[in-house]
Design a protein around this ligand. Sequence first.
Ligand code: IVH
Length: 678
Amino acid sequence: MSGLSLDDAVQRLMQLRKQLHAHAKAYYVDDAPTLPDADYDALYRELLTLEATFPSLVTADSPSQRVGAAADTAFSSVKHDVPMLSLDNVFSETEFQDFDRRLRERLNWEVAVGLPYICEPKFDGLAVTLHYRHGQLVKAATRGDGSSGEDITANVLTIATVPKRLAGENLPEHLEIRGEVLMPRAGFLALNERQIAAGEKVFANPRNAAAGALRQLDARITAQRPLAFYAYALAAISGAAWPSTHSQTLRWFKSLGFVIADEVCLGHGPMFVQQAWQTLLDSRDSLPFDIDGMVVKVDDRRLQQDLGFVARAPRWAVAYKFPAQEVSTTLEAIDFQVGRTGALTPVARLRPVNVAGVVVSNATLHNMDEVQRLDLRPGDTVVIYRAGDVIPKVMRRLDDEAHAHRLIVSLPSACPVCGSAVMRPEGEVIARCSAGQFCPAQRKEAIRHFASRRAMDIDGLGEKWIDLMVDAGLVNSTADIYRLTQEQLLSLPRMAEKSANNLLAAIETSRETTLARFIYALGIANVGEATAEAFARQFGRWQAFQEADEVALLATPDVGPVVAQSVMSYLREPHNVSVINALMAAGVRWPDQAAAQDLPQPLLGQTWVLTGTLSTLSRDEAGARLKALGAKVSGSVSAKTHVLVAGESAGSKLTKAQELGVTVWDEEQLLSMLREHE
Ligand code: IVH
């Protein structure tokens, strides 16, 4: 940096100041940060280093000389008699040791025991100052630019943890107490849920939500936002003496009725501070609110006074920051991964970046809707968030001029793993590869589903064996299961002769199945057990199902366009057809049934409801027989219900049917109708 010429330094300083001013306004005045805090800190440090190298270039309006940004005009302005300062930052143990050394030098501290330090969470909220006259809250203001802020008394009065009247007797004539207004995480999540439900804007993080709540012009809205206040500094006192240490001040605050963070601790020297920092960092994710570091203050007021202030911060305190949870990096590409069920997930490939101590180079983007919502294009700068063990998330994109010229990524039409068609039915969020088990990404899952109890029910063929068989190349498709030999099975690690024979027997038994199980076993997207049964009932024979066009598929009870499309694209995929043919050739079989579509459907278009206990058949059987006659069987009564069949001890459904004037039958009437159509 010091290698810069004076001219270059002037240029760079002008650039930095302009950028920092703009970002500070976005952060403090508009509550809409344009940059992650870590990036802002980096720019700010560059400015400080340059100014230290070229002291003659420091100007009065440099961000290094001011705090925050000028207040907005919507609230009336409050001048701070005691300026609301900021804190210098340190980012590592050595930087803190340097800070500690500077203080000891300044104080000529020669005592063996280190300086007395009090450590507190660095709350990630908004600094607010509160004025009390004889114990009564009279004014509350924001920090603004440090010398004057905004009068937010009406809003602050709505915060439950701000005492309106201080506890105790003989309260000082004037007290000015500072602290942080924040939104606890739980309240933040609940607020965002309410915002979504009401179709309102969602807040990016608790700090923005707290800022938005505080600057409401209507305090009734602030009152509905879950804000909290933590006191951390005494700014002025008249009519009483200052406590002699900061720890005493905090205890006194507590007795006055303020909330103080539980995580405050007191000790000596940098080793103690380092331990306190590590402990606080370890508990970061389990705290009820967001913090972005630890504030370390010299506890003793006399020492504080000796140390004094620099332009924008006290010398006796420092913010020892945590690794940033939000950092920006370049989005290099958007790739697509194929999951076990064929779902295509867009993945952000990132220029590797350290987020909260871990190098992140990929982040899931969930689905194409998310890519579009964030309007992400390769080359963009994106903000990544990572907390605790949570997987890294792309939060947002930072706007830049080149964005509009970057290429938009669209959903691939071919699966990146096997090249088969990708389908995304209208209205569906998830796109899938249509190849099923032909696609290596889906093979194991498809085979596991095929063999599962409610599908082909191959006893003993679980995930473990399937993994081994696929990895050994013994099974590449479900049809291969029926070609397995005892010798092949015995070649698998830990497969004993008895298990091999049992497995072969189970495979043999499974050849004899039902059409419904077979359709379900194929694992067609959106075709669960009930839909497979409906198809089996509707078409009776495989051939009829396979040849069905969309209209025919849609005639199946409860089948809509998404399912119909899904079936058609599955059956259109040649690999799927060849596996099905191979399965049949391997002897997988089932009895043909009479097809509902060929039978008279006297109840077509009608909705029936069954309630209470029937004595001669179960509700499931009764439902199946009604469905076979074309009826739709529903679980609830409405004006559209044709008949309610009420068995023994029918309850609210019967009452409702009577109210709505719906026809009510008893079991006898149902049975005679069913007999008529046998
Ligand atoms: S003391 C003169 N204590 O950090 C010292 N500040 O970057 C004034 N902050 O404006 C600050 N937690 O908004 C102090 N425990 C804490 C804090 C804290 C968060 C904020 C505060 C301040 C900013 C400085």
